[in-house]
Design a protein around this ligand. Sequence first.
Ligand code: SF4
Ligand code: SF4
Length: 439
Amino acid sequence: MKAKTFPHGVHPPEVKELTAEKALERMPAPEKVVIPLLQHFGKPAKPLVQKGDEVLLGQKIGEADGLFSASVHSSVSGKVLSVDSHIHPGGNPAPAVTIANDGQDSPFPVKKDVKDPFSLTPDEIREKVREAGVVGLGGAAFPTAVKLSPPKDKPIDTLIINGCECEPLLTSDYRLMLEAPDDVLKGSVLARMATGAEHLIVGIEDNKKKAFALFQEKIREYKGEAVLLKTKYPEGAEKNLIYAILRREVPRGGLPFDVGVVVQNVGTAKAIWEAAKEGKPLYERALTVSGQAISEPKNLIVRIGTSFQDVTEFCGGLKEEGNILVMGGPMMGLAQWSLDVPVIKGTSGILAWAVREPGPEYPCIRCSRCIEHCPMVLAPTQLAKYTRFNKLEEAEKWGILDCVECGSCQYICPSNILLVHWIRLGKNKILSLRQKKSS
Ligand code: SF4
Ligand code: SF4
């Protein structure tokens, strides 16, 4: 079978062998969790608890503040120590609820009123997902209930489940596909029902042949299709995935809704199923802990709010030579400067490795390699230049807001130019100017 793909992109070393054959292991809950009220795209949740309150496992401790927000739940039972600002893996401090774990895991009582989740209406599915605080687990953490609510004038015909996990080193989605395929597929069917889509397609890269074979067999029962994709970065970026599978181009500045598609990650599909079937809130997630500087790389299921310190210690600790710590994958992940940051809903991986000091940045030699490899067909060198000289209108005209920050241009640049840094800066400046104008 010929694997499908998109134009451009890069092929960095995969380094998935460190954990690909390691089954998901449930890490014991830590003594203390720090649960940020902002773990998603949008506004922070509003706190529902205060210092001294007793809370139960799965209890809602933060209420979504509007549509573009998500509720957060306690990942342990115990006592609230503080509701305060805390260091956050996103870079800036954020409000968070710190809870001392009483070790009992006393569950918050959930009304189990659903015998058959497949009898739910689309509105009921969305409500269960919203109530459980489910967000996209591929890294973007967009509130899932919103993604399952396509506008009336944009009918959806296809739901794509993203099983690419195209970032190097990460393998926890692969393990979910191997270890819980039915949960992933049942959640996918619920997502298909909620969006009104007719077709269900799971896209899997050809470096995950075992998962592809399993899904090819199982998906028949769910009236869907498994599609083999070429291993290439960033195959899992929504617009690339849609083009690779359906040959549909999401317009500049547009969304998958515009071409009749909704994309969900495999972990999100599993969370949708658990929310609908058991009313289980999103208080834990699968992630990969890997890299040369991790003593025992693993795939884990970790409670939200566990510190990176606790997670890395559970993996045998950091080796001395490590000098880089990242949340997410090595291409799009966020560098961390402290192990005190908590695991959040968007933490797909914790990676540590050793690098030599980065070489100096040289002038652009106009080789155009960044342009040839950009999956969004942008001119990264030009976008970086416009930002550097504060020519934001030009940068916008050249499509800077369509950059998905995949890092392919920077990876391929022979002059070591920090292209993503400049592009991200330009995007932030443009978006904050827009915000100022509208307020
Ligand atoms: S410009 Fe943006 S989308 Fe294009 S390669 Fe660079 S980071 Fe990726
Ligand atoms: S890859 Fe680097 S050196 Fe080549 S054109 Fe792009 S920015 Fe310039």
